[in-house]
Design a protein around this ligand. Sequence first.
Ligand code: ACM
Ligand code: ZN
Length: 749
Amino acid sequence: MILSVFLSFGQKNNILALIPQPKTFIQKNGSFKIKATLQIFTENGQPQNTKSAKLFLDQVNLGYGIKGNVNNKESQHSAILLKTNPDSNYRAEGYHLTVEKKKITIEGSPQGVFYGLQTLAQLVQQNQKKLSVPCCEIIDYPEFSWRGMHLDVSRHFFPLSFIKKYIDYLSMYKMNTFHWHLTDDQGWRIEIKKYPKLTQTGAWRNYTLNGHYSTMPQQFDSTRYGGFYTQEEIREVVDYAQKRFVTIVPEIEMPGHALAALSAYPELSCSGGHFEVIGNWGVFEDVFCTKEETFTFLQDVLSEVMDLFPGKYIHIGGDECPKERWKKCPVCQQRIKDEGLKDENKLQSYFIARIEKFVNSKSRSIIGWDEILEGGLAPNATVMSWRGTEGGLAAAKLKHNVVMAPGSHCYFDYYQGNPKFEPLAIGGFIPVEKVYQFDPIPAGLNPEENKYILGGQANVWTEYIPDGKQVEYMIFPRMCALSEALWTYPQNRDFESFKKRLLSHLKLYDHLNINYSKAMFALKFQVSKGKAPLTVTLAGEPGIEIRYNTDGSELTGKTILYSSPISISKTCLLQAGNFSGGKLCSPVLSQQFYVNPATGKNVTLTYPPHENYNVGGAATLTDGILGRIPWYGGEWLGFNGKNCEAILDLEKTTKISKVIVDVLNAESSWIYLPKSIEVFISPDGVNFTSVKKISEKEIVEMQRKMILETDGLQTRYLKIVVENNGKIPDGKPGAGYDAWLFVDEILVE
Ligand code: ACM
Ligand code: ZN
């Protein structure tokens, strides 16, 4: 309903809805009228162009009911001409599209011609029953050569029919790389002839976590779950992708995330087992042992994989490999001695370098997650930077190729809207706007080093994505934003224009029954920063009525019409919605505010939060809103390895009996409870006296809201030191790294 209201606004704009926006574009007078049968002429019957033309006809038939023919003889009628121009100026993937009243010409490499046809499909305009294409001239090419989408088929399995759809979706937006995450702890999904147990045993688990990982107690179902792709099916998908100019990068995880493989072949572990294909999420300590048999096995597996996938890159994983088993394993320790390695990080490097040597010997290249930098990068490896952009930056400085897929912009398993209205997700917050701002080139590289950044990619981990419909929801419309960020870069980035162009794409999704998120159109609110009382500003789409209340009653056409920021001076539930013709036409925005003497008061932080988890700045700590669980990036401040030291000005001497600090415990995301919390008071904001400290033991007992009793003290200023847990100990998620500390709110009673 809300969308149809917005759509009528979008249509008034009469814009050409191209995504990604082409590099150069001239609109001309008149249009090419699409007749009952569309003629496509492929010069010299070029076989790839002929296939592309047929795919194009299938596509516009589904979208608009257009029928047509493909010929290699030029006809007299209005027609589309496809010409191969191998030495064009349009770069490898570029094209030149000219739409005239009687003729459309697309020129480029076969891949360029395919993309020209994708652009043409987006140019089709429908007015009543009449179809046309506006006259124009487009010269277009991508900025980055790696425009990737990843899909995890281990945590959940997706049938071949959906994998093909996924490839269709990529190609509609000129994405050219499909990173297929085929193996992990929860299931091995690719048939390997030499090791049949990988799929007989490793593709099936006996139970799966229900609900979110952090919801205690965890609940599991007892359904047998799994599946795998036969080699024949894989060949079919590779062929399907090739026709759409999508290169598949298969991922075989090593040395970690290997439980499914070890459940089939426990002799490849350090301990010998027993193992099971696991139905819970996380990082597990049982990994491939560095014994000789493991290398033989992995080389055999990779040989079959390389026979199936013709692309240059093989992804070897490399992320999140705990070293616990290696530390205790005589074979691994002997390997460290024999090879003169310093420690287990060097052993991981040895592992990856050995695999690289093998892959290189077959004229292929490895790509791995940024952990492959630790202990030294294999000589020819490409790095996929996911834990931020630092890994990619370091690799480019070492003159290694890089694909950027940072958790800040590219994790499409994160929430894209208010979790209250969204299906369960892993956590985090990456709205479309954020994806649209993605810049794969990190600050700190010189122009010479920039060329090592091949491009970017979004990752779709599927712990909380059970089926294809939900994958669609998580990638649409975020993939459209990514496509524009990677193709059009760095020009023409205008989010408002993108949003308008997107509307006609959404209409097409409705027509094609593609599931997508409408979160970007939801009513949003912003809270005033560091000023009491709080004021809340509501923001919707221009011209659409907003009504709100704070008394908990149902919203109706008679509820208060929003016109200016709302003052929140006591604890309440704020509800708001869009109205059209006196009827609610959006989900109800509802937000609880907890107002106390600290609410809206000024806070300063001694150490800034990490840039990725600092949405509202210090004022987040007194905005009256408690962070949600599963955690949602926008509501929590994240400190990596640092304390949260907050100084609060209550504006006047105030009697306080309790200080409550809201902290997050999410160890699987490397977010740990604090070691201690200490409260200080001061009359002047300069000289502070400690009045209360709680220990880790008390903190663990309280779990979330940390209550510090202060016996009715009088103070104007408060200092609260929330101590970061420090280095993560062995055996815990993120072992060896600095713990994250997430703090949301400071309340005073
Ligand atoms: C990853 O997200 N573990 C690469
Ligand atoms: Zn071992």
